[in-house]
Design a protein around this ligand. Structure first.
Ligand SMILES: Cc1cc2nc3c(=O)[nH]c(=O)nc-3n(C[C@H](O)[C@H](O)[C@H](O)COP(=O)(O)OP(=O)(O)OC[C@H]3O[C@@H](n4cnc5c(N)ncnc54)[C@H](O)[C@@H]3O)c2cc1C
Length: 339
């Protein structure tokens, strides 16, 4: 389930191509939707019957999953469900470096192991979660792995994954950070900082394993150049054989809004620009809305023209969420960011 479970809808998860916390095993929402119904802009129903696979042209299901309300309103979803796991085991690891933790995650996924949860925290976010735990003095990078399923499967996956971690220098650590994560996994921290006057935001992007080290380093450096006292922390919590989601928290201290908003805009420009420079995707699971419009043409190239052509055909009056997803705004729209 997404962290936003209490404030979001199933339709919204599908419309934004969201991702739950156990995506490393079960996939994102696009991997869970097997069928759907949607009302098209002209009032007709688009019905995609729930079937395991088909070979009848491009996936219309995928056209709707992620369309952010621009092509129709999703009224019904059929989701793949899984049996409740018999057991679950959480393991906390301390790694000597981020490189070692990333290498472990990459090797685990490429070995076809599927931990239910896999989380790697950078030094900033690790320090916040490991205070008083001696093992993290020499190995400051925190990782949490959770395995679930039947006992023999969990034991086999856990043994193989931990052998990989040990080869990369990972050490088993006390399991407090796992229990803390589990107890707080649906708690949003932004409000706490915002209530105290801070400007707190999160940005999630996708990168391939080969690009992540340089991408992460460049983003941290850029953020500190824009505002030297910034809090910049990151974790990687949706991992795949090819790469991972890099989820960053950027926080400016209390200041006048007129000073903070231009800094906020520069930070987004830097992070999204560097994502594209490193061959990544500007959004892993939060979608585009209107805020990410400036970078969509660079990411999708001719693909954005394809989307616009589909939009123009299905919704010639530009009635449904005009201006979202990088598509043409309503004629009367004003871009308030430049006012
Ligand atoms: C604290 C916090 C934590 C979050 N954690 C996560 C997380 O763990 N994982 C994650 O993926 N996201 C997360 N998000 C982002 C967000 O909650 C999700 O992307 C969620 O999927 C959006 O769903 P919603 O129902 O809130 O959609 P809304 O915000 O109401 O709508 C989003 C867009 O989808 C369109 N839309 C909504 N419903 C439909 C529908 N039925 N048919 C067509 N279009 C529709 C809307 O028009 C709008 O353009 C988080 C957000 C917050 C604030």
């Amino acid at each position: 389930m997404p962290q936003s479970i209490e404030i979001s809808t199933v339709g919204g998860w599908a419309a934004c191509r969201g991702g739950g916390q156990a995506s490393s095993r079960y996939g994102k929402i696009e991997d869970l939707v097997v069928g759907l119904k949607a009302v098209l802009p002209d009032g007709r129903m688009l019905e995609i019957a729930p079937l395991p696979r088909r070979s009848v042209g491009p996936s219309l299901r995928d056209l709707m999953v992620g369309s952010e309300g621009t092509l129709g309103i999703i009224t019904e979803l059929t989701l793949r469900i899984w049996k409740k796991p018999e057991i679950e085991r959480g393991v906390v690891l301390a790694f000597p470096s981020l490189d070692a933790a990333w290498a472990s995650a990459r090797r685990i996924m490429q070995a076809e192991l599927r931990p239910t949860i896999a989380r790697i925290y950078d030094a900033v976010e690790s320090a916040e979660r490991t205070e008083g735990l001696d093992v993290f003095r020499a190995a400051p990078i925190l990782a949490i792995l959770v395995f679930s399923g039947s006992e023999p499967m969990v034991s086999a996956e856990q043994d193989m994954a931990l052998a990989i971690c040990a080869e990369e220098g990972g050490k088993i650590a006390p399991d407090g950070p796992f229990h803390h994560w589990k107890a707080n996994r649906y708690v949003a921290y932004s409000q706490k900082w915002q209530a105290a006057g801070y400007f707190n935001d999160t940005i999630e992007v996708t990168g391939n394993w080969s690009a992540i080290p340089a991408m992460y380093a460049a983003m941290g450096a850029a953020a500190r150049e824009i505002f030297p006292g910034i809090h910049f922390g990151a974790h990687w919590s949706h991992i795949y054989p090819e790469g991972a989601c890099q989820y960053m928290t950027l926080r400016l201290p209390p200041m006048e809004q007129a000073e903070a908003l231009p800094l906020h805009a520069r930070l987004w420009e830097a992070v999204e620009g560097l994502t594209l420079d490193h061959g990544g995707s500007i959004a892993h699971h939060h979608g585009v809305g209107v805020f990410r419009n400036p970078w969509l043409a660079r990411e999708l190239g001719a693909g954005l023209d394809v989307l616009q052509a589909i939009k123009d055909t299905l919704d010639p009056g530009n009635l449904m969420n005009p201006g979202k997803l990088g598509l043409r705004p309503a004629a009367s729209a004003v871009d308030v960011r430049h006012d």
